[in-house]
Write a protein that binds this ligand. Structure first.
Ligand SMILES: CC(C)(COP(=O)(O)OP(=O)(O)OC[C@H]1O[C@@H](n2cnc3c(N)ncnc32)[C@H](O)[C@@H]1OP(=O)(O)O)[C@@H](O)C(=O)NCCC(=O)NCCS
Length: 222
């Protein structure tokens, strides 16, 4: 049986490795090919754009990574509306050059269908190709959903058509699909929380009932 690496919260110093994981995971897929058809610069552009979003998630969301840097789950706390990454348009233009328009089109399309109610937005679940089919993606989803169930929070994600099974097994249900012009089908998925499943474990080290210590009598009561 494969050993699943430990998952931990990412730190600022992990920014570049996370961007590399995301770029590696997306590079050969149809969405990346649509975003950056030119294979010679795709990896670099995906990495540079990922850095922008990784930084944004460090402030407005969270990122979990595996200790061996084979996988990352990046999400945003959309409990109320959050701003775009600071200086996004100019940073995107610097990062993506002539391909910036494709990233903007994708952002616009995804924003239109995203829920307006408070939710967690699992923006990217990325497992590098060499580490796939070992249960790492599923383990990261399990970790993620146990936290969301505790706070009774729905989750939203966007998957590429054909990769939904792993999400479906974790309670995500497909929403109406979106088709990018001359591109792949994006399948948004939503998961409702299961609050009882994610209840906090009982702390057996603590007594079940806590008796307040007797308060000393004041001088007036004596
Ligand atoms: C989608 C993605 C995150 C899945 O990651 P993963 O680590 O391969 O996922 P898992 O290993 O948990 O599950 C994948 C499959 O492997 C199978 N599997 C799990 N453990 C296994 C094991 N020990 N041995 C063999 N197969 C196994 C699962 O049953 C699952 O089967 P399925 O293809 O029928 O669904 C990964 O493919 C990826 O990063 N894709 C590119 C990025 C992407 O599209 N992300 C989603 C949108 S942002």
């Amino acid at each position: 049986m494969d050993v699943i690496p430990r998952t931990r919260a990412a730190r600022w110093a992990d920014k570049e490795p996370i961007a590399a994981i995301v770029a590696d995971a997306l590079h050969s897929g149809p969405l990346a090919q649509w975003l950056v058809p030119d294979a010679t610069c795709r990896q670099r552009i995906l990495t540079d754009v990922a850095v922008i979003w990784v930084e944004h998630a460090m402030f407005f969301g969270d990122i979990q990574i595996t200790d061996d840097l084979s996988a990352a789950a990046m999400g945003f706390h959309r409990y109320r509306s959050i701003p775009p990454p600071s200086n996004y348009r100019s940073r995107l233009a610097d990062a993506a050059g002539p391909h910036a328009r494709q990233f903007e089109l994708l952002d616009q399309l995804l924003t239109q269908v995203r829920p307006t109610e408070p939710h967690y937005h699992l923006a990217v679940l990325a497992v590098i190709p060499a580490a796939r089919q070992r249960g790492i993606g599923a383990a990261m989803l399990t970790h993620h959903e146990s936290r969301l169930d505790r706070i009774d929070m729905p989750s939203w994600t966007e998957t590429i058509h054909g990769s939904q099974d792993v999400y479906r097994r974790h309670g995500y249900l497909p929403r109406p699909a979106l088709t990018l012009l001359a591109g792949p089908i994006i399948a948004p998925m939503r998961r409702n929380p299961h609050p009882t499943r994610g209840s906090w474990p009982d702390n057996i080290a603590r007594p079940a009932t806590v008796t307040a210590p007797a308060r000393p009598q004041s001088d007036a009561q004596r």
